[in-house]
Ligand binder design. Structure first.
Ligand SMILES: Nc1nc2c(ncn2[C@@H]2O[C@H](COP(=O)(O)OP(=O)(O)OP(=O)(O)O)[C@@H](O)[C@H]2O)c(=O)[nH]1
Length: 569
């Protein structure tokens, strides 16, 4: 022993009594161990013959930085220098987090020995890690509850939290689509590679997804499973990958990575795995919800119905694809627009009352006409269904609008465009219901062209047809909007007149008779009509009313034609 260090034996005896592990080594570059205290043997599991004469390299393992022995190169110049934390390994292979402080001995002179003190901070780091894990998991729970079922938002949050929790440079959510792993959310330096696709069979994430196992990749340069060129391209040198698993079904992988090798530890992989378990349930629900939504949208879009949600400011908030077809406008030209701006003032005025009723909470159903993309208007049947928010306030209503032009044309007579019997019956039903419920008057006119047979026989059917058309158009022109003109059959017409008593209906009959006699002519002379008029009696059926009208008409014929006969009540 050198005379400059006469007290090394005393030192060693003292070191054996302290709790921190201590090594005494030769100076750098070959820090051969000349002494280890009892705490060191206890900490590492080695025996003196396995340690003395070796270097501290015997403590290193897969997660130890390759250049860690540099800490012996520049020993601390003062006690205040921060210790360096290194992952070393027990003899049985278990990793330990050790804080190393290396100093020269004797102090202030050229180093003859180095004294290396190691404090085992594994327990402390475990505690810290558990604390962090709890924090991260709490954060995950929070984000899951706030992200709702919006798949895009949720994916993004998963990537963001994974990035933050692991301190990685990049985080990616990869989902299996067809034969590829597709980057469906990216964070950190992975941002420019959103949407990247890699074959499942030729990527590390593919393995993680297929085999449903978490993977720690310390260095892509040393890992034959890595698609090297893509790894280089995205700056992936080391990383962690966990499968996105829900109830045994795997739908992708969550990956965090760094452009440096050995940037991650096993415990971070465990954390990521725990986090992914919390997240995948929500991701799975959001994926299901999106699929369900797409299915529903497809269904709603393929219905022959215009379906929209209109808010309490009379603006379209949701529309199905039928709107685009009907108005010839893309959804973004309709969404957020006011109904009046889309339909025009006139059509809006027709429905404004129904809209107010729906916003007051009533479910309403009505017929109207609305403008159509190809010009003109079309008849529609609309139903408004109010929607209430959590506090019972009506926030808007669903509008279900059906094109009824075909049904309407089925209610019309092909030759004259007056209502046919089917259309007339429907109007009769409604008019009867209103008249009897509110005790309102309702009258019916039956009208038959006089001596039509000779016209037909002598002038031909084409002439007869034109006369029928002319009579019908005169009747429709003279009747009110609320009246219903019907071709009852052959050369016989009916006019239903709501809100009108017998006297007024008889006057209308006279006006019609005169107009026809004046305006409609055949090659054989003017065309005249005979008319029977009746007013509905209380509790009278439709059939009884029609029968009386027919009798009145018959009387008009009997009494010489070209006249109006009213049947008193
Ligand atoms: N051109 C044409 N004629 C029709 C049509 N439907 C019925 N008619 C004709 O209407 C005529 C009805 O004749 P009748 O029932 O004998 O009565 P009328 O000659 O009008 O005599 P009165 O009713 O007693 O005044 C027949 O010649 C039918 O062929 C039609 O759609 N087109």
């Amino acid at each position: 022993m050198s005379p400059e260090v006469p007290d090394k034996g005393v030192l060693e005896a003292t070191l054996d009594t302290i709790r921190d592990a201590v090594l005494i080594t030769e100076p750098y570059p070959d820090p051969v161990i000349t002494f280890a205290n009892a705490a060191f043997y206890g900490l590492t599991g080695y025996t003196p013959p396995e340690v003395i004469g070796k270097t501290p390299a015997l403590l290193q393992g897969s997660n130890t930085p390759p250049d860690w022995l540099d800490i012996f190169r520049q020993p601390a110049s003062s006690a205040s220098d921060a210790p360096v934390e290194i992952t070393n390994y027990h003899k049985d292979g278990t990793p330990r987090q050790l804080e190393w402080s290396v100093s020269s001995w004797p102090a202030g002179k050229p180093a003859q020995y180095l004294i290396a003190v190691q404090r085992d901070v594994t327990g402390l780091r475990d505690l810290e890690r558990h604390h962090l894990q709890l924090q991260v998991l709490a954060q995950m729970q929070k984000l899951v509850s706030t992200a709702g079922l919006d798949l895009r938002v949720l994916r993004q949050k998963v990537a963001d939290v994974a990035l933050e929790a692991t301190g990685a440079e990049a985080a990616v959510v990869e989902e299996a689509i067809g034969d590829d792993m597709v980057y469906t959310a990216v964070a950190g330096t992975a941002r420019p590679v959103m949407g990247l696709r890699l074959p499942i069979d030729a990527s590390l994430s593919g393995i993680c997804y297929r085999e449903q196992v978490p993977l720690l990749c310390p260095d892509t340069h040393q890992d034959p499973r890595v698609a090297r060129s893509t790894a280089e391209e995205i700056g992936f040198r080391s990383g962690l990958l966990v499968p996105l698993l829900h109830e045994g079904h795997c739908f992708g992988a969550l990956k965090v990575y760094s452009s440096w090798p050995h940037a991650f530890r096993q415990d971070q992989l465990e954390l990521l795995e725990m986090a992914s378990q919390v997240l995948t349930a929500s991701l799975h629900d959001a994926r299901q919800f999106k699929r369900e939504q797409e299915r529903r949208t497809l269904l709603v879009d393929s219905l022959p119905l215009l379906i929209s949600f209109i808010d309490d400011d009379y603006r379209y908030r949701e529309i199905n694809a039928a709107y685009t077809r009907w108005f010839g406008l893309e959804p973004d030209r309709l969404l957020g627009q006011k109904v009046v701006d889309v339909l025009g003032q006139e059509a809006f005025d027709n429905i404004r009352g129904y809209m107010s009723a729906a916003l007051a909470g009533d479910q309403v159903r009505f017929e109207t006409t609305v403008p159509y993309a190809l010009g003109g208007t079309r008849p529609v049947e609309a139903e408004y269904i109010p929607v209430r928010d959590g506090e019972g306030h009506v926030s808007g209503f669903y509008a279900l609008v059906r094109d009824i032009s075909e049904r309407k044309s089925a209610e019309r007579d092909y030759l004259t465009r007056a209502y046919n019997r089917r259309g007339f019956d429907q109007h009769m039903e409604t008019a009867f219901a209103t008249a009897s419920r509110y005790g309102r008057p309702l009258s019916l006119l039956f009208l038959d062209i006089d001596n039509f047979k000779p016209v037909n026989d002598q002038c031909g059917h084409a002439v007869g047809d034109r006369i029928l058309q002319k009579v019908a158009s005169l009747l429709m022109g003279l009747a009110r909007e609320s009246d219903t003109v019907c071709r009852w059959g052959g050369e016989e017409f009916a006019v239903l007149v709501p809100e009108t008593g017998l006297a007024e209906a008889t006057e209308l009959g006279e006006r019609l008779r005169k107009a026809i006699a004046t305006d409609v002519k055949s090659p054989l002379g003017p065309i005249t009509v005979s008319i029977g008029v009746v007013e509905r009696r209380p509790r009278e059926s439709r059939k009884q009313l029609a029968h009386r009208a027919d009798k009145a008409l018959y009387r008009a014929k009997e009494l010489g034609r070209d006249r109006v006969e009213a049947s008193g009540s």
